[in-house]
Design a protein around this ligand. Structure first.
Ligand code: WTA
Length: 650
């Protein structure tokens, strides 16, 4: 973010104290900040989770690896499903599922969910899945995705969910890194009235992932897909029991691997972020309850993220189900068939808590409030935001036009690596400021440091760090201890470096300023500049490429690619389109550059390093600073000229 944008943030003077009525009934009461960390988490672990064997120690901390609740054994599926049925909550709806085609709906109670999960777990067993197996899941937003995750945890298999928008190559890379032996997918996914051929993409991915022996295919659209004999099995053709006694919940150690979630870093290879059983479950359940003020008997919670990202794992699946919540699961997009689809969903199910991303809010803002006005949104009582910094205008619009001016807005900062929200208001306690994520969650110690590792005082900008362990923190990068230490723990010894810039104001409130590394944030999705560059140079006509993010009013950032073509190649408009599509095919449509700028050379320092900062300045039309370290300063003005002429694609 530019200095001017930061200063504008600090001029934000609107304040929203907690409404008295909300405060009186809130799950979080002011004393919550006063409890010591281990005492707080020991209590949460005892109250929110059912243990097969109690834990001996709350925390063992050997920097940078934490172990929480060691000695304890538990099962995540038991905690999310079976125990609720045993407690008499079998008739409570776990998910209101709204399919993309209108009228395609299903309500799954906790009793339904138990039967479905048992059936799925038995199917996985038929395919040879057992405790310790590694299973990849590549599905759209169907109940079967959540069911498959729970089925894995029931039998003690670890999963990795790959977002359904990723390419075959992204899928095979992840399966290979994880060592997956079984893949679960579906025939096709609905996408804005069309279909995404998940099974065909899976076939291509499996051809490059030799360890995958079996593939379980869920039928969704009914489209015709090829099935390889001996490898592929239709889920609906397996005759397996849904009786819970046929598939008991496997006792797992607190620190057993629960799942990997791959995320982009500053190299071309995504990192497999590890999350383990007990700490993760306790962390997401507690944070879900306090931050969203969840009243499981009356609330209808809707997190609009995709389960293929960490937000969906923590706040569609594990947190809400552990808390016996009723959630909405939505397969579609906000503007299909029309731009009021979301508000129709809110009204239909009486959603009380809505959790979404600033990029979605800005799209709705652009379309105008009339779509929301067509519907009765009076059931809403709390709103949440996640994924990128929320600009005050979007915050205020959300508060007014969606929340009717009465719902607190919780702007929650966290990451794939943190597993749970770490910086957030607590509704009922915190005075809100549009654009600020306000305070660290109870027991979390966050700070802002400068280049030298010194704490920065109020108002100063710097790097966001977390100073002590929390239960849902990642247990490392799968198979790469050195990268884990280097990425997160070397900026300042002993502190977790998040990769984000931040400022703390005089009231101690945090203002997040975006990434400080080579990671872009496009519509709330993390995309590595280097990953996109590698995809571009993989094209036969490209000699060199440099990628950066530029500010975009709707998506937060948009991807700009500067490309030098090989000798004899014409830099045509057709080639631009081809390169965009090439990136989409290599990584996935979310990584498609908005602009491709052809340039005869890239700006490099005399030692040959590409000056990305300068490219960002060009992309955002900022005055160019000092270019004297450049090998050839004339390159920059040429690039600037071409960038101003380059067409953009939505
Ligand atoms: C950004 C998503 C500002 C941040 C849960 C972080 C945010 C990255 C916020 C993690 C927020 C997330 N305000 N920035 N409230 N929430 N971010 O791993 O840059 O997909 O590092 O996890 O998103 O993205 P990830």
């Amino acid at each position: 973010m530019s200095d001017r944008a930061i200063d504008t943030l600090f001029l934000e003077e609107r304040r929203y104290p907690p409404p008295a009525e909300f405060a009186a009934q809130a799950n979080a009461q002011p004393g919550i900040y006063d409890v010591a960390a281990e005492e707080f988490w020991a209590r949460e672990a005892q109250e929110r989770v059912t243990w097969f064997e109690p834990f001996d120690a709350v925390l063992e901390w050997e920097l940078p690896y934490a172990k929480w609740f060691t000695g304890g054994t538990l099962n995540v599926c038991f905690n999310c499903v079976d125990r609720h049925v045993e407690a008499g909550l079998g008739d409570r709806v776990a998910y209101f599922w709204e399919g993309e085609p209108e009228g395609d709906r299903r309500a799954l109670t906790y009793a339904d969910l138990q039967r479905e999960v048992v059936r799925f777990a038995n199917a996985l067993k038929e395919l040879g899945v057992e405790k310790g197996s590694h299973v990849a899941l590549y599905l759209g937003m169907t109940p079967e995705l959540a069911i498959a995750m729970l089925a894995c945890t029931r039998i003690g298999a670890a999963h990795t969910v790959v977002f359904g928008g990723f390419s075959a190559e992204s899928l095979s890379d992840r399966m290979n890194d994880f060592g997956a032996t079984v893949l679960v997918t579906q025939d096709e996914a609905w996408r804005r009235g069309g279909t995404v051929p998940l099974k065909r993409i899976s076939d291509e991915a499996m051809a490059a992932a030799p360890k995958v022996e079996r593939c379980l295919v869920v039928r969704r659209t009914g489209g015709d897909v090829p099935m390889a004999a001996g490898r592929d099995t239709w889920y609906h053709e397996l005759d397996v029991s849904d009786d819970p006694s046929t598939c008991p919940c496997e006792p797992m150690d607190a620190e057993d691997l629960l799942f990997l979630m791959y995320t982009s870093g500053t190299t071309a290879k995504p990192k497999g972020i590890m999350h383990t059983t007990a700490g993760y479950l306790v962390g997401v359940a507690a944070s879900h309850s306090y931050i969203f003020d969840l009243k499981p008997e009356s609330d209808v919670f809707w997190c609009s993220a995709d389960i293929g990202w960490i937000t969906g794992h923590s706040y569609i699946v594990y947190g809400p189900l552990c808390n016996a919540a009723t959630s909405v699961l939505f397969e579609g997009t906000p503007d299909f068939p029309d731009k009021d689809r979301w508000w129709d969903v809110v009204e239909r199910y009486g959603v009380t808590i809505l959790y979404t991303a600033p990029t979605a809010i800005r799209s709705h803002m652009k379309w105008g409030p009339e779509y929301a006005e067509r519907h009765d949104l009076s059931s809403l009582r709390l709103l949440g935001s996640v994924g990128e910094p929320i600009n005050p205008e979007a915050w205020v619009w959300y508060h007014e036009h969606i929340g009717g001016g009465r719902c607190p807005v919780v702007d929650t900062w966290w990451q794939t690596e943190t597993g749970m929200v770490l910086i957030t208001p607590l509704p009922g306690i915190t005075t809100l400021k549009p654009g600020s994520a306000t305070k660290p969650f109870p027991t979390v110690e966050a700070g802002v440091i400068d280049e030298a590792g010194n704490e920065v005082g109020p108002g100063g900008g710097g790097y966001l760090v977390i100073k002590s362990p929390w239960p849902a923190m990642t247990r490392g990068i799968y198979g790469d201890d050195a990268r884990f230490r280097e990425t997160y723990w070397t900026r300042a010894p002993g502190l977790y470096f998040a990769g984000d810039g931040a400022r703390i104001d005089r009231d101690g409130d945090f203002w997040l300023l975006g990434r400080v590394d080579d990671v872009m944030n496009v519509s709330g999705h993390r995309i590595s500049t280097i990953e996109v560059e590698s995809a571009l140079v993989d094209h036969p006509n490209v000699a060199e490429a440099a990628v950066c993010g530029r500010a975009d009013a709707t998506t937060g950032q948009a991807i700009v690619a500067y490309v030098t073509v090989k000798g004899g190649v014409d830099p045509t408009v057709e080639l631009m389109a081809e390169l965009r599509n090439h990136v989409a095919a290599k990584i996935g449509p979310i990584a498609k550059p908005a602009n491709v700028v052809f340039t005869p050379e890239l700006p490099k320092t005399r030692s040959g390093k590409i000056m990305r900062r300068l490219l960002r300045d060009v992309a955002e039309n900022r005055p160019l600073g000092d270019t004297t370290t450049l090998a050839d300063p004339a390159v920059v003005s040429e690039i600037a000229d071409r960038a101003s002429e380059a067409p953009a694609e939505d």
